[in-house]
Write a protein that binds this ligand. Sequence first.
Ligand code: 2P0
Length: 319
Amino acid sequence: MSSASARAHANIALVKYWGKRDEALFLPTNGSLSLTLDGLYTTTTVTYGDGAADRLVLDGVEQGGDALAKVSRFLDRVRPDGLRAFVESENHVPTAAGLASSASAFAALAVAASRAAGLALTPDELSRLARQGSGSACRSIYGGFVEWRRGERADGADSHGVPIAPQAHWDVRMLVAVLVKAPKAVSSREGMRRTVQTSPFYPGWLASVDSDLAAARAAIATRDLDALGTVMEASALKMHATMLAAQPPFTYLRPASLAAIQAVWDARAAGLNGYLTMDAGPNVKVLCAAADAPAWQACLAALPDVVEVLCCGPGPGVA
Ligand code: 2P0
């Protein structure tokens, strides 16, 4: 029996990943750039042994079906020959509001599973491995600001996270307005596929990403919140626009999301500085200076259908 544990933090994309050029290898159509967050993380322990089958226990609940099958397929990349795995994973988020993220989950699993197998992988190798569980997981290997380079190679060797500024570089805050949950009708995987194949806006999305990445890199280097916030907000809104134009059309935004977007724009027009982003769900997140976080917390907490508001700073890489 060999066992190892790892902890990985969630990340939020500032310039979004939306679309795959290779679904089996999780190779993206475009590069993306994220901030790893403190406060939201997954801890995972992998133990290899002689059991009859893999087991997955998530937050104390035994899993089967697709969740277990996905983890088993992932483990096949690193497990010692013939051994089965017992995987115990806990999501540490201050709520049960559905923020448990595949990014922190597969980053922690990649590290725990490879360590328990006796493999001493480099961070870039871990990032490539995590990518093959969930694309965004490749960014959670590193702390602070991280770019996922699209890469050019068909085997994905050059498609992994690259740290561009460490956790201590810039003391920004990301507030997460957790909104009332609705069942997710379209998975990220299906949503990306549908958008790539049918949205007439998708070529426009792709054409704009490289300049967004360059603008975000420059803004991070100079700690320019307005420049970073402007490109971050535009990236999210463009991504969501591609989905509305897909066939059949879909959106992850709910009425409460639109109310939150309007509230952020109104607060900014009234002088409170901050910028919004949204992912494949209804929640709205605001990037701001640390000094403005309490005012944003109050603004977002006053919205209808808000379950709670989380406040995160830059977080560390896997440990
Ligand atoms: C991102 N999202 O860059 C984008 C923005 C959601 C919207 O990565 O299919 O769970 O496992 O690679 O990484 C969410 O999708 O998708 C995501 P898969 P993933 O953060």
